[in-house]
Design a protein. Structure first.
Length: 634
């Protein structure tokens, strides 16, 4: 055979592959999730779809057949869940723990599917998968009907803005394909979600293991006259989510390629950007005209939503990372207080008043939950009272930020209406949230400019103002040291004031108890009072247990770097109990005092205090002398 004849079939094959790849590149992608209760068959369903899409190699099939025999799958059935459950822990327990993403395609559409966990403890993982999904397959075991997680996941899909639901009643083979049992579940589910904001709920009887109604219509359910699962997925309309069509472009960085070029880069989250557009930059409101739009290094007349762009302006104005580009006549809202929906995703309790970080798109700020209006029981939709949040709690709440941010409500713009709360110390994601609206009171409060300021008060007093924050267990010696230090400072003519734990609870915090939430609020109040006193030019000495790092860090963040000194008064618990000047440890051991730090409530030692003094080794005089020398030598 000539070389030419040998090459011809290969060229034809390459041409076919090229046409296939060209066709695939033009297809739209549907992102969907599978969710529902544990063991309803989510992983098996995805494995079956991958198998039917011919995305499994022959050696994988052989391996699956062997693994299926070991796992006890009967007959010739393959355990398709093994294709998806990649974690060792998942295979051992027979459940999905992490979110597993898989990619496949048909002639009509490309798909990205997220297999989300069914166990309640992994609801936070389900939220991750739902956050970018266009549709959801809610699986129900035909033998068990609607379970708690079926309802929870359905509610969360609604909360996250998913509009297209395929209700897949799975394991029909195990109930002998009974139509009435299927219809009963469908009716119950539609009644349950009647008040949800779903665009459509499409019921479908399937057997993921047997392949019934997955790719081909099953001859075992001739009473079903609908489409197969693959056909439904291929034909779901990916309608634009309710979103603002106006331009919203967060500025991610200022692009200085050389001394002659100054552009601004970011990704368009809604609307489009065109050459010649009149735009405004928030929050400062500066205005300019778009001179050039650049995508992938090329100048283009316009750019669309989700495109990364660089643009230049017709004049020099102040723009920096964190700003927002908007049409000149269509600005975003700006506020620092919001009503929000929260899904708590951490084992750490959510406490009122505790300071976190909030990240919303390109913006970061300090945030506190100031009010939990109610929690939501996803089974009954009953509104439950509460002032703390546990793992998987869903609530309506109010939050307060330490600075104003640019936002839109979640139903108008997902990107600018969704956020996460982050632990300041561990950087752990604590919660996801959706903004309902701004609390109008925040827009009617302004900083009043005063003629006499902190610097002028310090000059009058003859010294700088600062906070010496003493923290440690009860009985460590905080109040004794604060009192001795103030006496020496007073003798030097310095203006001082002691904020002491017991004294504060007689007035400012007399309405608070000693629960974790109350302790957080107590220290928040102290931090704000200390800040005011520093502004008044006074040296503030605080003597509080202040058991939590987050609140001590919050107090520090309210002041300039050189105005806050954390002093850890360190003493072993045993010695503190032996001292027990107020008899509190004895009462706590007897159960007469609840939530006592060191006994049945934790004390979080400072990680990087400015000073550490061990009062079982040093005298009060020695500690005071060191603080005088290092902090007040001027």
């Amino acid at each position: 055979m000539s070389l030419k004849k040998k090459i011809a079939p290969l060229s034809n094959k390459v041409s076919e592959i090229g046409k296939f790849l060209q066709n695939q590149s033009s297809l739209k992608t549907l992102r969907f999730i599978t969710c529902g209760s544990v063991d309803d068959g989510k992983s098996t369903l995805i494995g079956r779809m991958l198998y039917e899409a011919q995305l499994i190699f022959d050696d994988q099939i052989i391996s699956l057949e062997n693994d299926s025999k070991k796992s006890g799958t009967q007959g010739a059935d393959i355990d398709f869940a093994l294709l998806v459950d990649g974690l060792a822990a998942e295979r051992e327990q027979g459940i999905t723990i992490d979110v597993a993403y898989r990619y496949f395609a048909t002639d009509k559409r490309k798909f990205i599917v997220a297999d989300t966990p069914g166990h309640e403890q992994y609801t936070r993982n389900m939220i991750t998968g739902a956050s970018t999904a266009d549709a959801a397959i809610i699986l129900v075991d035909a033998r068990n009907g609607l379970m708690t997680q079926t309802k929870r996941h359905s509610y969360l899909c609604s909360l996250m803005g998913i509009k297209n639901i395929i209700l897949a009643i799975n394991k029909m083979d195990l109930i002998a394909y009974k139509k009435n049992d299927y219809l009963k579940i469908v009716e119950e589910y539609k009644s349950f979600v009647s008040d949800f904001n779903f665009k459509q709920v499409i019921p479908l009887p399937i057997s993921a293991l047997k392949g019934d109604n997955i790719v081909e219509i099953s001859n075992k359910m001739k009473w079903y006259d609908g489409k197969t699962l693959i056909s439904l997925l291929e034909n779901i309309s990916i309608s634009k989510k309710k979103t603002n069509e106006q331009l919203r472009l967060p500025i991610q960085w200022v692009n200085r390629l050389d001394s002659e070029f100054r552009g601004f880069s970011g990704t368009i989250v809604s609307g489009k950007l065109k050459k010649g557009d009149l735009v405004s930059v928030l929050p400062n409101g500066n205005k300019a005209k778009i001179l050039e739009v650049i995508v992938s290094g090329k100048s283009v007349p316009s750019a669309q939503v989700n495109q990364a762009v660089t643009f230049t302006l017709d004049k020099e104005i102040d723009i920096s990372r964190g700003n927002m580009l908007v049409p000149i006549d269509q600005p975003c809202e700006i506020s620092n207080q919001f009503q929000v929906k929260l899904v708590w995703m951490s084992d750490t309790k959510g406490l009122l008043g505790r300071s976190h970080l909030i990240k919303i798109g390109h913006q970061t700020a300090g945030a506190q939950i100031t009010n939990i209006k109610h929690k939501i029981n996803v089974n009954t939709f009953e509104k439950l009272p509460g002032n703390t949040l546990e793992l998987n709690d869903i609530c309506l709440a109010e939050i307060n930020l330490d600075k104003s941010i640019i936002f839109e409500n979640y139903n108008t713009n997902r990107a600018l209406g969704s956020f996460i709360l982050i632990d300041r110390v561990t950087n752990q994601t604590l919660a996801v949230g959706m903004i309902n609206f701004s609390l109008r009171r925040s827009q009617n409060i302004y900083n009043q400019k005063l003629d006499v300021n902190k610097k002028s008060r310090q000059i009058l007093n003859g010294h700088k103002s600062k906070v010496i924050w003493l923290t440690g267990l009860s009985g460590s010696g905080k109040s004794t040291i604060a009192n001795a230090l103030e006496t020496r400072l007073h003798e030097q003519g310095k203006r001082t004031y002691i904020l002491d734990g017991d004294n504060i609870r007689h007035g400012l915090s007399k309405d608070l108890g000693f629960t974790d939430s109350d302790r957080v609020e107590n220290i928040r109040r102290i931090g704000e009072v200390a800040k005011l006193m520093v502004d008044a030019g006074i040296i503030v000495l605080t003597a509080f247990i202040s058991p939590f790092r987050a609140e001590r860090d919050l107090a520090r963040s309210l002041l300039n770097e050189d105005e806050f000194k954390e002093v850890f008064i360190d003493v072993p618990l045993k010695i503190a109990e032996e001292r027990d000047p107020k008899g509190l440890y004895k009462k706590a051991r007897e159960g007469k005092i609840k939530n006592f730090t060191g006994i049945d409530s934790d004390y979080e030692k400072p990680l990087l205090p400015d000073y550490t003094f061990k009062t079982d080794k040093l005298t009060v005089k020695q500690i005071v002398e060191e603080l005088l020398i290092k902090e007040f030598k001027d």
